[in-house]
Design a protein around this ligand. Structure first.
Ligand SMILES: Cc1cc2nc3c(=O)[nH]c(=O)nc-3n(C[C@H](O)[C@H](O)[C@H](O)COP(=O)(O)OP(=O)(O)OC[C@H]3O[C@@H](n4cnc5c(N)ncnc54)[C@H](O)[C@@H]3O)c2cc1C
Length: 396
C-alpha cells in the first residue's frame, strides 16, 4: 500500500487544531487542516485565556503572535472582594489574554499555513475511519478520501467526530445556561476582568475587556428561570439580570451597545475519558467541553496541542504517543473538573445545603483567601486531593 500523503490531518481549524498544526508543521510534519468555515465570524465563544493557558501559549510559541495581532493583556480580576493582580499571584505570574475569538482563529490558522501546513477551507469532513492507516472522507467539490498516520478531530463542542469514531461520551448535567454578547461603550477599566458569583441568585456575571474598547459580557443563570437569553430583543434583560448579580454592571453598561449576537448555551460538561484510539485523537472541546463559566476550554485546547507536540517526535511510536496524550488529558481535565464542582457548590449553588457550607467556609476564606484552590487561573499542575477540598470547605 502507498504511504499516506500526510502525517496528520486535523478535522477543524479552531484554536486546538491550528495550534497543533502549526507546532507540528514547524517540526517538519506533513499536516493537512480541513476547516468548514471559509471565514470565521463572531460565534459567542471563549475569548479569555487564563494565566495557565497563557503559559501554554508561550510554550507553543504563539503568545507573542497573539499579542501582536489581536490579544489584550488583562492583569487584574475583580471577583467581588477586591482587585487581584494575576501577575503577582498566579503560579506562572502571568495576566490573562483576551481577544475576539474569530480574529484569534484567523491568526492561528494563518500561522499554521505559514509554518507549512496545508489548509483547506470551506470543506466539511463527513466521516472518519480509524485503524492502522486512519482516513477522513471530506466533502468539497465532490467527495474525497484522504489518509494519514494520525487523524486529530478538533471539531468543537457537539463534535460529530466523537460519534463517527464511537468514543463513549460522559456527561455531567449542570443546572445553568451561559449567555454572552460583545459590547462597546462600556465604562469601566480596560485592565480588569469582573468575574462575580452571586449565590443568592445562583448567577455568575463576567465582563472581560478586549483591545479597541470592546467588552465580552457573560451571564450564567439557573435553567429553572425557564428562559433563554438570545437575540437583540433580550439585550436589556441580559444587562438587567447581570446587574442584579453584580450591581456595578448597571453603571458600567448604562450606555452599552451590542456589536455582535446575544446567544446562550447549556453549561453542562461532556467529555471522553481516553480521547485516543486506533489512529484517531480528539483534541480541544471534542475531547472535553467544560462548563464555560470557568473559562478553561481555550487553555485545555492549548495544553492538548502542546502535550501532543511533545509526544509526537519523529522517532516515537505514534500510537503509544496518542495513548500518553490521552492519559495526560484525562488527569488534567479531572483535576480542574473536580475543583469546578467544589467552586460551583460553594459560590454559586443557592440551595440551603450550600448556604450551610458557606456559613462555615466563607469566614475562614475571608481570613485566608489561599484556601480557595487556584486551578482556574493557575491550572491543573496544582495538587487536587482531599486535603485541598477539606481546606476549601473549612473542614480543617
Ligand atoms: C459562551 C462560551 C464562553 C466561553 N468562554 C470561555 C473563556 O472565557 N475561556 C476559555 O478558555 N474558554 C471559553 N469557552 C470555551 C472555548 O470557546 C472552547 O473551549 C474553544 O473554542 C474550543 O476550541 P476548539 O478548537 O476545540 O473548537 P472550536 O473553536 O469550536 O473549533 C472547531 C472548528 O472545527 C470546525 N468544524 C466542525 N466540524 C467540522 C467538520 N465536520 N469539518 C470541518 N470543520 C469542522 C468548526 O468550523 C470550527 O472552526 C467558552 C465557550 C462558550 C460556549
Amino acid at each position: 500500500m502507498a504511504a499516506p500523503s500526510y502525517d496528520i490531518i486535523t478535522v477543524g481549524g479552531g484554536i486546538a487544531a491550528s495550534s497543533l498544526a502549526r507546532a507540528m508543521a514547524e517540526r517538519g510534519a506533513r499536516v493537512l487542516v480541513l476547516e468548514r468555515e471559509k471565514q470565521f465570524k463572531d460565534r459567542v465563544r471563549g475569548e479569555a485565556i487564563m494565566s495557565w493557558g497563557v503559559a501554554e501559549a508561550n510554550e507553543l510559541g504563539i503568545c507573542r503572535l497573539l499579542q501582536e495581532k489581536c490579544a489584550h493583556d488583562v492583569p487584574y480580576v475583580e471577583a467581588g472582594s477586591g482587585l487581584r493582580d494575576l501577575r503577582a499571584t498566579t503560579l506562572h505570574r502571568l495576566p490573562l489574554l483576551s481577544f475576539p475569538h474569530q480574529v484569534m482563529q484567523e491568526t492561528l490558522l494563518a500561522a499554521a499555513e505559514s509554518a507549512g501546513a496545508e489548509v483547506r477551507r470551506g470543506v466539511s469532513v463527513e466521516q472518519i475511519e480509524s485503524g492502522g492507516e486512519p482516513a477522513v472522507v471530506v466533502k468539497g467539490n465532490g467527495h474525497e478520501r484522504i489518509s494519514a498516520r494520525l487523524v486529530v478531530a478538533a471539531d468543537g463542542r457537539g463534535s460529530a467526530a466523537r460519534k463517527w469514531t464511537g468514543f463513549p461520551v460522559c456527561e455531567q448535567s449542570n443546572a445553568y445556561y451561559i449567555a454572552g454578547v460583545l459590547l462597546t461603550n462600556v465604562h469601566t477599566s480596560t485592565d480588569t476582568m469582573c468575574a462575580v458569583f452571586n449565590p443568592d441568585l445562583g448567577t455568575w456575571t463576567g465582563l472581560i475587556p478586549q483591545a479597541g474598547g470592546q467588552f465580552r459580557s457573560y451571564f450564567v443563570y439557573p435553567k429553572s428561570t425557564g428562559y433563554r437569553l438570545q437575540g437583540e430583543s433580550m439585550l436589556s434583560l441580559f444587562v438587567h439580570e447581570s446587574a442584579k448579580g453584580y450591581p456595578p454592571i448597571a453603571d458600567y453598561c448604562a450606555a452599552a451597545k451590542s456589536i455582535g449576537p446575544l446567544a446562550s448555551f447549556d453549561a453542562s460538561d461532556t467529555w471522553v475519558e481516553h480521547p485516543y484510539r486506533d489512529g484517531v485523537a480528539l483534541l480541544g472541546d471534542a475531547a472535553a467541553t467544560s462548563d464555560p463559566t470557568y473559562g478553561q476550554g481555550l487553555s485545555f485546547a492549548l495544553r492538548g496541542a502542546r502535550v501532543f507536540r511533545d509526544e509526537l517526535t519523529p522517532n516515537s511510536d505514534w500510537d503509544a504517543a496518542g495513548h500518553r496524550y490521552a492519559e495526560q488529558h484525562q488527569r488534567s481535565f479531572h483535576a480542574c473538573h473536580a475543583v469546578e464542582g467544589w467552586i460551583r457548590t460553594l459560590f454559586q449553588d443557592s440551595s440551603p445545603e450550600s448556604a450551610a457550607l458557606r456559613a462555615k467556609a466563607l469566614p475562614l476564606i475571608a481570613q485566608d483567601p489561599r484556601r480557595v484552590p487556584d486551578h482556574i487561573f493557575s491550572g491543573p499542575g496544582l495538587p487536587v486531593n482531599e486535603q485541598v477540598r477539606a481546606r476549601f470547605f473549612g473542614e480543617c
